[in-house]
Design a protein around this ligand. Structure first.
Ligand code: HEC
Ligand code: HEC
Ligand code: HEC
Ligand code: HEC
Length: 481
């Protein structure tokens, strides 16, 4: 998106293509600083919202879209063709998880936004709950422009982040983003705990706009609020475009084998209005606008670009994922060791041996214990992907991530089941006992009646959400034993 990158693009590709694409602006090739004439100004606004901490697709099925790794690749591809590109997150990038992992993910998100080059990040109620003061510090260090005109420190009365951000696109269009947070989205106790108060969005926008206008070609208002509230803001006719980004679950999927879909927008005297439907980072919105002869910005199209497997993950973002995964692993390993130490101390204080006690309480036998008596079943299982499910996680260094291990291991969250790869590596993978239940007692005293299972159990992992195409008859045949 930088000027330098644009220039490299032009010189590398030669003038021909550029002149076909934008004949009126062709002079800008020899004089890069010349501003294009008013009538051929256009701009592409890329937007995201309500990512809710979905930083990366789990990739469990081809329906698992999204993630910042793919997004970075998309941005790279688009910026090579579009000099007037803007990228804005319109709120709720974070998931509202205030645990240690949530905090690590929040830092990761900030690093990623810096890396991809977001022009603005407008906080939603999730960012308020995550502590906007602290987030603002992190963003300042990494030069991520966090911006919201109507959130104030309740003690000092000062704005927590900048009121607006102004910047130029590679082609010289001057853009300003004003972020606004709806009233009543944040619960009173959260406001109190995080020491912020929320001002009237319409009032603050009206006050801010006249000064900002003087030095801006495009004024984008990111209205993180309900549709009704955002429509009221749009009616003021202050912004060239208003994006509403606090919306209910509202899904618009592309047709089969497509990764783009047209999304609604409106174009009228008060400006362009749309609601962002890019929920959970599955897609990036793309609004293309053109300056009309009458001097008003008009939307040309609005699309959701689905981040499917056509986009490879950017290596730079994968590196950030790897660092995050290492932090997550280190944290959970240490937390567990501490817990175990404390527990062991208590057990010893009662004159018992913790190792012996653990051994006695074991309910899982592990797959090796089944082999000798159920050779045929064992061979089928061994050649299925269930038997290597942990390797899948290792490929992306996520074998310690609690968000992943549940369905790729055996007996997670069950008494004496899988804990983590350091403590219970023998319970990695989807083993016999994932489906048939803990079997140590059966191994000790084999008999019919143990291990009744079926479709319901499959669906505890092959969930509707994750694996919508799961067909028991078909899938059982693949692993029947
Ligand atoms: C020492 C031999 C032995 C071992 C080890 C063993 N089983 Fe069995 N298993 C049997 C016998 C015997 C039966 C009863 C077969 C029958 O009566 O039809 C059985 C039955 C079963 C059944 C079917 C139950 C039914 O009613 O049809 C399942 C499922 C099963 N075993 C799973 C396992 C699993 C999982 C393991 C490892 C955790 C395991 N078995 C270990 C001997 C063994
Ligand atoms: C504990 C969670 C879990 C349960 C229960 C489970 N699966 Fe799976 N299944 C997985 C995971 C994870 C994978 C993907 C493994 C990988 O490649 O990493 C998978 C993969 C598969 C595959 C592809 C295997 C291949 O070799 O192509 C089939 C088929 C399948 N499951 C069928 C079933 C059926 C049928 C059931 C129920 C009888 C079932 N699964 C129960 C987690 C589960
Ligand atoms: C709710 C259960 C569940 C969770 C949680 C889960 N997975 Fe899976 N995963 C599955 C199932 C089921 C499959 C097999 C789907 C199929 O083939 O139909 C699978 C398959 C996969 C595959 C595809 C393997 C292949 O060879 O095609 C990858 C990659 C994967 N999971 C990674 C992850 C990661 C990374 C996470 C954590 C972010 C995760 N999974 C969390 C259930 C889960
Ligand atoms: C993904 C889930 C899953 C896994 C993993 C799995 N099983 Fe099964 N198993 C089933 C289902 C489902 C049935 C069929 C139940 C039915 O039809 O009543 C079954 C049936 C059986 C039976 C009874 C077969 C018969 O002839 O009645 C045995 C024995 C058995 N499994 C042993 C094993 C052993 C041993 C392993 C590990 C090496 C294993 N299973 C792994 C789901 C699983």
């Amino acid at each position: 998106m930088s000027r330098a990158r644009l220039f490299v693009y032009i010189t590398a590709i030669g003038l021909g293509l550029w002149m076909v694409a934008a004949p009126l602006a062709s002079l800008s090739v020899s004089k890069p600083n010349r501003k294009p004439a008013k009538s051929d100004k256009s701009i592409a606004i890329l937007y995201t919202s309500q990512v809710y901490g979905q930083v990366r697709s789990c990739n469990c099925t081809k329906f698992r879209y999204g993630g910042y790794g793919r997004q970075a690749t998309l941005m790279q591809q688009l910026s090579e063709k579009n000099p007037d590109l803007v990228l804005v997150d319109c709120g709720d990038a974070l998931g509202g998880d205030t645990s240690k992992q949530g905090q690590l993910k929040s830092s990761l998100t900030t690093k990623i936004m810096s890396n991809i080059g977001y022009n603005a990040w407008v906080p939603g109620e999730m960012e308020i709950a995550a502590d906007l003061h602290n987030l603002n510090e992190q963003c300042r260090e990494l030069k991520v422009p966090l911006t919201c005109a109507n959130v104030f420190d309740s003690t000092t009365g000062k704005r927590v982040c900048s009121s607006h951000v102004s910047f130029k696109t590679a082609n010289g269009a001057r853009v300003t983003v004003i972020g606004l947070l709806g009233k009543n989205l944040v619960a009173n106790d959260v406001l109190r705990n995080t020491n912020v108060k929320i001002g009237d969005p319409a009032d603050l926008l009206s006050k801010l706009a006249p000064t900002v206008r003087k030095t801006t070609d495009v004024l984008l208002v990111a209205a993180h609020m309900t549709i009704a509230d955002a429509q009221a803001i749009a009616k003021l006719g202050i912004g060239d475009v208003v994006i509403c980004s606090h919306i209910e679950k509202d899904l618009l999927m592309p047709a089969k084998d497509q990764n783009e879909v047209d999304a609604p927008y409106s174009n009228d005297q008060t400006g362009v209005f749309l609601k962002s439907m890019t929920r959970t980072n599955w897609s990036v919105g793309r609004l293309d606008m053109k300056l009309s002869q009458s001097g008003k910005w008009q939307a040309q199209s609005n699309k959701l670009l689905y981040l499917d497997r056509a986009y490879e993950e950017s290596p730079a973002i994968v590196k950030l994922f790897d660092e995050y995964n290492a932090e997550v692993a280190a944290f959970y390993i240490e937390q567990r060791l501490k817990m175990r130490d404390e527990l062991d101390k208590k057990i010893r204080a009662r004159g018992l041996d913790p190792d012996e006690m653990r051994e006695r309480n074991k309910r899982y036998a592990g797959h090796a214990a089944c082999k000798s008596c159920h050779v045929a079943a064992y061979d089928v299982w061994k050649s299925s992907r269930h038997s290597t499910a942990i390797n899948t996680l290792k490929k992306t260094k996520q074998e310690y991530d609690p968000e992943c291990v549940g369905c790729h291991t055996t007996g997670r969250d069950q008494l004496s089941g899988f804990v983590n790869m350091k403590e219970t590596p023998e319970l990695a993978n989807v083993q016999c006992e994932s489906c048939h239940g803990a079997g140590k007692a059966h191994v000790a005293k084999p008999a019919a009646g143990y291990g009744v299972t079926g479709e319901d159990n499959c669906r505890s992992c092959h969930t509707d959400e994750l694996d919508p195409d799961f067909d028991y008859e078909v899938m059982w045949k693949k692993i029947a034993h």
